[in-house]
Design a protein around this ligand. Structure first.
Ligand code: FAD
Length: 307
């Protein structure tokens, strides 16, 4: 008979690693499955994390390594492989990896995270972490009194522009259409700010700079005119893509593909939990992902006690 774990955690970013720590300390039979050779998720490539309490200026790599070492010290088992299929709406859940192996568990914590939608323009990848950012909350403080661009027209882009305007000298909000999709209250707040300029009907075509961002080259989609902005950062806020495509139709997702779950991380399926950036939530950060990792284990314990 194959081994049936108490819980299998899919993904070893901050949410999955914290779930591993809490799960092991709660004496659950846990297993973490991670597709990358390194744990840490999105933070591995983050040069500086300046908002994780008690660790100012830690590199993403070091923080991820410390989370993973904590798991290793407690003896949390890991398997490297990509979950490509999951049967979740049955009492003993099954997950299959890309090497065709299958693992079983009484519960599953999905902590597969999300990826930021990219602009796919020259300079974006080369200058990522050197002025190109996908997270104003994380990196905005590095550009105090400087000039920055925000790309996008939804709630996140407008919230980012408002947030950045508090510390930056000037914020250009570049949007491809002639009106914003963001909530009216946010747009009203934005319009009241003197150091924000909205550039309509325009896209960023190129980001330039030798070692760090020095300028953004825009194109007006109506007039085809080019404009160069001398800025020190480009914040891309054109959406995120959650890693939920493999979970089938039984698991409830919102319109953007995020797993619908609250702070207890419970989904619509018995014994299936969602932690971190992959679930519906307001603020997607390391600390909130880690909090989900902890909360999800508490909910798993309640679930296991009643089945
Ligand atoms: C450039 C950048 C900078 C950031 N800076 C900060 C910052 O300074 N401070 C801050 O608080 N937050 C920051 N964030 C946000 C933070 O990184 C995320 O909120 C956090 O990593 C989310 O953790 P998570 O565990 O939910 O998901 P992730 O970090 O996305 O981890 C998910 C993990 O699951 C794995 N996985 C996915 N699907 C599968 C599968 N099918 N099978 C197996 N494994 C799978 C992935 O490989 C990954 O390791 C930043 C994000 C980015 C992109």
């Amino acid at each position: 008979m194959s081994r049936v774990y108490d819980t299998i955690i899919i993904g070893s970013g901050p949410a999955g690693l914290t779930a591993g720590i809490y799960g092991k300390r709660a004496q659950l039979d846990v297993l973490i499955i991670e597709k990358s050779p390194m744990s840490g998720g999105q933070i591995i490539n983050t040069y500086e994390v300046d908002n994780y309490p008690g660790m100012p200026g830690v590199t993403g790599f070091d923080l991820a390594s410390q989370f993973r070492e904590h798991c290793d010290k407690l003896g949390v088992p890991f398997v490297e492989g990509e979950v490509i299929r999951a049967d979740l709406d049955i009492p003993i859940k099954k997950v299959w990896l890309d090497d065709e192996s299958c693992y079983e568990a009484k519960s599953i914590i999905i902590a597969g995270g999300a990826i930021n939608r990219k602009l796919r323009i020259p300079g974006e990848i080369e200058l990522s972490g050197k002025g190109v950012s996908y997270c104003a909350t994380c990196d905005g403080a590095f550009f105090r009194n400087q000039e920055v661009v925000v790309v996008g027209g939804g709630d996140v882009a407008v919230e980012d522009a408002i947030f950045l305007a508090r510390g930056c000298k000037k914020v250009y909000l570049v949007h491809r259409r002639d009106s914003l999709r963001a909530a009216k209250t946010l747009v009203a707040q934005l319009n009241a700010l003197e150091n924000v300029e909205i550039i309509w009907d325009s896209i960023v075509e190129k980001i330039e700079g030798k070692d760090f961002v020095e300028s953004a080259v825009l194109k007006n989609l109506k007039t085809m005119e080019a404009r160069q902005l001398n800025v020190q950062a480009v914040f891309v806020a054109v959406g995120t893509i959650p890693n939920t495509e493999i979970y089938g139709e039984s698991l409830q997702l919102n319109d953007s593909g995020y797993i619908i779950a609250g702070e207890d991380c419970a989904t619509n399926l018995d014994g299936v939990f969602a932690a971190g950036d992959i679930r519906t939530k307001h603020l997607k950060q390391i600390i909130t992902a880690a909090a989900d990792g902890a909360n999800s284990i508490t909910t798993v314990e309640h679930y296991l006690n009643k089945i």
